[in-house]
Design a protein around this ligand. Structure first.
Ligand code: CU
Length: 578
């Protein structure tokens, strides 16, 4: 028995992680308990720490990863963002059967075809929420275009003392259990009585930003809570590379280092043309690499949860113990009509849209008629946006394509979903400084497939907030698990995701990178494995389906995936075999 296993049952598991590397790597998954900031509870550790070890690999080299399950239930590891044969992708029921208790499974991964920042996590049940995740760095075979004196990982996640199954049960019951903003702060919002009635008529609140919040989550950076004093040391004048990984189950984070500019150099592991920002939002399962050149004695790294119910905190410190002030949480964010897919009121160009909520008459709106007469739409460029909103509905299912099942799993249909890749993220459209948007991203190296897509398809992201039903095209996975989305081998397809819900969903495709259609020149469309689809909006990507096999395609919010926002993508083998 290794030393960590002997030591584990007697106390909380270690925060932070070791680094493992080489051609053969052993990983042990085991039950433990975890504590930070006065919260303590059940957890799952890998190699005796949360997060589990940083797996450091090398482009062009193969690796064998031997995963041993010491849990009382099945487990698995998915290597998020790595290109590999589908049978080693680690999704039980899709790529392999899973790893039974007491068993070891060897992931035999051939020479790596990529470099950059990635991560790994369980794809079994809700284990990811309990600590079963860790970072991956693949060092490039050649020179790294990103030069830095220091190279650090910031893996963002959450800890909750509540068992993940208890969280799922509370979400299913539709209790507003986690929405602390709603119960304590809503009365303070500048909403008119009519606006309150409008949101109540939709059985929602404009504060429905996150399903699970800081009322139960402690936000972690590398396993450290905000009071744990996590430090990243630097010498003034040095270039510091921060590899930011959102390894959380359910949280988006807004990242900033007050007083320090960040140059974004990679997105989802792949290099992008450098772009300087003051802040960026990172969706669940995305990664961004930034380079900073701090000059002060200390700077606070703030990872504020998107709903502003808490934050992860660390310090860039020029000497141990140096500290900078920690800014307070900013005011909570409110959803707007744009988030309901009633386009034309986009926030894209920076400032707020000029919509005067006070002048709106929402009094009669109950999933039905709505009078927008007093609303300032600005100057819509698209004539469609000038249409009369007189009979706008929240759930006009005639707007859906025929393959979308408009049953109880669909409580909203975006009437005019717009491309919002120029939107920086909820709550960041009104800040005074530069925030990254998807439109700022351009691939550093040219993409390898210049073909125009030969086919296009549309997939709707659908949900019923109250019943906690989440699905693609109105059909949860259990209803369509035998009907995968099929692609011919090497087919080039343009996929449009339409978000018919009021939540932002981070959609992840396994085994591939897709090119975000974001206005960049076609050969430099940024390649990603996970994309945020903003509420009531669309995202379009071009995909070359050249990795044969069955792959998971899902929302990376853990409880949304578990509720059914999941599908299998099946790519034919060369020659046509499926
Ligand atoms: Cu989702």
């Amino acid at each position: 028995m290794p030393a960590w296993a002997r030591a584990m049952p007697h106390g909380p598991v270690r925060q932070g992680f070791d680094e493992v590397s080489g051609r053969s790597i052993d990983l042990m998954v085991a039950e433990t308990s975890f504590a930070t900031g006065g919260r303590r509870g059940h957890a799952i550790a890998v190699n005796g720490s949360i997060p589990g070890p940083l797996i450091r690999l090398k482009e062009g080299e193969p690796v064998r990863l031997n995963v041993t399950n010491h849990l009382a239930e099945d487990t698995s590891i998915h290597w998020h963002g790595l290109l590999l044969p589908f049978q080693f992708d680690g999704v039980p029921g899709v790529s392999f059967p899973g790893i039974a208790p007491g068993q070891t499974f060897t992931y035999d991964i051939p020479a790596l075809r990529q470099s950059g920042t990635y991560w790994w996590h369980s794809h079994s049940g809700l284990q990811e929420q309990a600590g079963h995740y860790g970072p991956i760095i693949v060092d490039p075979a050649g020179a790294d275009p990103v030069q830095a004196d220091r190279d650090y990982v910031l893996l963002l996640s959450e800890f909750t003392p509540m068992h993940p199954h208890a969280i799922m049960a509370k979400l299913k019951k539709g209790e507003e259990y986690f929405n602390r903003q709603k119960t304590t702060a809503t009365d303070d919002y500048p909403l008119t009585g009519e606006e309150r009635r409008m949101w109540a008529g939709m059985r929602m609140m404009p504060t429905d930003i996150a399903d699970v919040t800081g009322s139960t989550y402690t936000y972690l950076i590398n396993g450290h809570g905000p009071d744990d004093g996590l430090e990243y040391l630097f010498n003034p004048g040095e270039r510091v590379r921060l590899r930011v990984i959102n390894g959380s189950a359910m949280s988006f984070f807004n990242i900033r280092i007050p007083g320090v500019k960040m140059t974004v150099v990679a997105a989802d592991g792949l290099n992008v043309r450098p772009v300087e920002v003051d802040e960026f939002q990172i969706g669940t399962a995305e990664t961004y690499d930034v380079v900073v050149e701090p000059t002060g004695a200390a700077h606070t790294i703030v990872a504020e949860a998107m709903d502003r119910s808490g934050m992860g905190v660390a310090t860039l410190a020029s000497r141990p113990g140096a500290r900078a002030p920690v800014p307070p949480l900013r005011d909570p964010v409110l959803l707007t009509m744009t988030d309901m897919g009633h386009g034309g009121m986009d926030h894209g160009s920076g400032g707020h849209d000029g919509m005067d909520h006070g002048a709106m008459d929402h009094g009669s709106m109950d999933h039905g008629a709505m009078d927008h007469a007093g609303m300032d739409h600005g100057k819509p460029a698209d004539p469609a946006l000038a249409m009369d909103h007189g009979d706008m509905k929240m759930r006009d299912t005639s707007l859906l394509p025929p393959d979308v099942e408009a049953g109880p799993g669909v409580d909203m249909v975006a009437a005019m979903p717009m491309d919002r890749t120029g939107f920086p993220g909820l709550g960041l459209d009104t800040v005074e400084h530069k925030v990254l948007t998807y439109r700022d991203l351009a691939a550093l190296a040219p993409n390898d497939d210049p073909r125009r897509p030969s086919r296009s398809m549309e997939i709707h992201l659908t949900g019923n907030m109250e019943r906690y039903m989440w699905s693609f095209d109105g059909k949860k996975f259990s209803a369509v698990s035998d009907q995968p989305i099929r692609f011919a081998y090497n087919e080039r397809v343009r996929v449009k995701l339409v978000n018919d819900t009021m939540m932002a969903h981070p959609i992840h495709l396994h085994g591939h990178f897709f090119e975000l259609v974001n206005g960049a020149e076609p050969m430099h469309q940024p390649q990603k494995h996970t994309v945020i689809v903003q509420p009531g909006s669309t995202v379009t990507f071009d995909l070359t389906a050249d990795e044969p096999g069955d792959w998971a395609f899902h929302c990376h919010l853990l409880y949304h995936m578990h509720a059914g926002m999941f599908q299998v993508v099946s790519v034919a083998f060369p020659g046509g075999a499926q």
